[in-house]
Design a protein around this ligand. Structure first.
Ligand code: AMP
Length: 395
């Protein structure tokens, strides 16, 4: 039987990431990025196993970028697409799983725009542009929040008046759901559990960072909340701060809300602490050169991560393993080692040689004998989106 093809789309306000995935394959047939959309310097870049190419997009809008994809897909697919899978950031409480996109789903994504004003409108632009270019193919929405809809109320409710939840949907949602779902499923297979089973802590550490407790394929708690600002220290995001910080900055410095949002989302995290950069690779190099800010940023990052992971143990009946993924989690032996050092209370211990010797791109166990399992597992959100899109069609 021919393996089916899915075009995976992740559309931002000025960019479209895409990948053509063949069912069951671990690598994309074709992938790329249209960026600087909305400007006269918009480009489309794409690569295959053997080539990397780039072209200027004359009318650099989302629609024309999507139209430029059509001949590329036709050239590389060799068969019709079975589905187009769209990453959508916020599904609110409407969506607990992937959805075939129709007018009702579009209206619901639009209704959730208040919860993700930067992301959902951009995701919708991508959906509408793709539906115009690929009108006869099923389009599927995969939500970053959906995997976490299994959290119990005691994990997702804030201790604020109930009316704000009931009337305004203010609660914890969590993000990075496709990644946490993918790596915990992989961990169950790699560790010899039944597919999808096991009690896992997952740490997705990229530019955005979140931790998650997963039991038998269900998210029970996660570090991000109403928005992707809550929780861990990230590249430029502060993660948790005292909620009174807003009032304090308003009162003492006269800062308004947009200024404070800018501070906490774009000027904080690793960048703010180090005064240097949000890029972990550069921070590690600077810390090796004794840069005090870089050393502190790394210490705070690892300590706060360990504290979050230990806290998430409250959601699990036992611990089968800890998983590291994302650009930092997959590549930084130092961050993994320092984080696990803070987690001795749970009996977690690394095998130093396995941790340091881990090769890029491969899943590997890095725990010491007697410790709960610790894995590095490369995430593959595009594959998860492609698989979920096809699974929905099969239902
Ligand atoms: P992502 O958003 O998943 O692409 O992750 C981006 C983050 O991963 C950035 O902070 C990078 O500096 C970090 N990263 C990538 N490679 C390495 C590496 N070899 N060592 C440390 N951090 C890395």
């Amino acid at each position: 039987m021919t393996q089916r093809l899915v075009l995976v789309i992740n559309c931002g306000s000025s960019s479209i990431k895409f990948a053509l995935r063949r069912e069951g394959d671990s690598a994309a047939l074709l992938s790329g990025l249209a960026e600087r959309l909305g400007s006269d310097q918009a480009t489309l870049q794409w690569k295959t196993a053997s080539a990397l190419e780039e072209t200027l997009l004359e009318d650099g809008e989302h629609g024309s970028a999507m139209a430029a994809l059509l001949p590329l897909i036709e050239q590389h697919a060799g068969q019709p697409l079975s589905a187009v899978g769209h990453r959508v950031v916020h599904g609110g409480e409407h969506f607990t799983q992937a959805q075939l996109i129709d007018n009702k789903v579009i209206a619901a994504i639009s209704a959730n725009a208040d919860l993700a004003p930067l992301h959902n409108p951009a995701n919708l632009t991508g959906i509408q542009a793709a539906m115009a270019v690929f009108p006869d193919i099923p389009h599927v929405a995969i939500f970053d929040t959906a995997f976490h809809q299994s959290m119990p109320a005691y994990a997702y409710r804030y201790a604020i008046p109930e009316a704000l939840y009931r009337e305004h949907a203010i609660r914890r949602y969590g993000f990075h759901g496709t990644s946490h779902q993918y790596v915990t499923h992989r961990a169950s297979l790699l560790s010899g559990h039944a597919p999808g089973r096991g009690a896992w802590l997952s740490a997705h550490l990229g530019n955005g960072c979140s931790s998650c407790a997963v039991l038998d394929g269900r998210s029970l708690d996660t570090s991000m909340g109403l928005t992707p600002l809550e929780g861990l220290v990230m590249g430029t995001r502060s993660g948790d701060v005292d909620p009174n910080l807003h009032a304090h900055l308003g009162r003492t410095l006269g800062w308004d809300l947009p200024r404070i949002e800018q501070l906490l989302n774009r000027e904080s995290g690793l960048l703010g602490l180090s005064g240097l950069t949000n890029d972990m690779r550069q921070l590690e190099a600077a810390a090796d050169d004794d840069h005090e800010g870089a050393k502190l940023a790394i210490e705070v990052f690892c300590y706060r991560l360990a504290r979050s992971l230990l806290g998430l143990c409250a959601a699990l009946p036992r611990l089968d393993g800890l998983l590291f993924t994302g650009g930092i989690g997959e590549n930084s032996a130092k961050i993994r080692a320092r984080t696990v050092e803070h987690m001795g209370a749970m009996g977690l211990k690394l095998d130093e040689a396995a941790n340091n010797g881990h090769a890029r791109g491969e899943a590997v166990a890095i725990h010491a004998k007697g410790s709960p399992t610790i894995w590095v597992i490369p995430t593959d959100e595009e594959r998860q989106i492609a698989d979920e899109s096809l699974a929905l069609l099969d239902h």
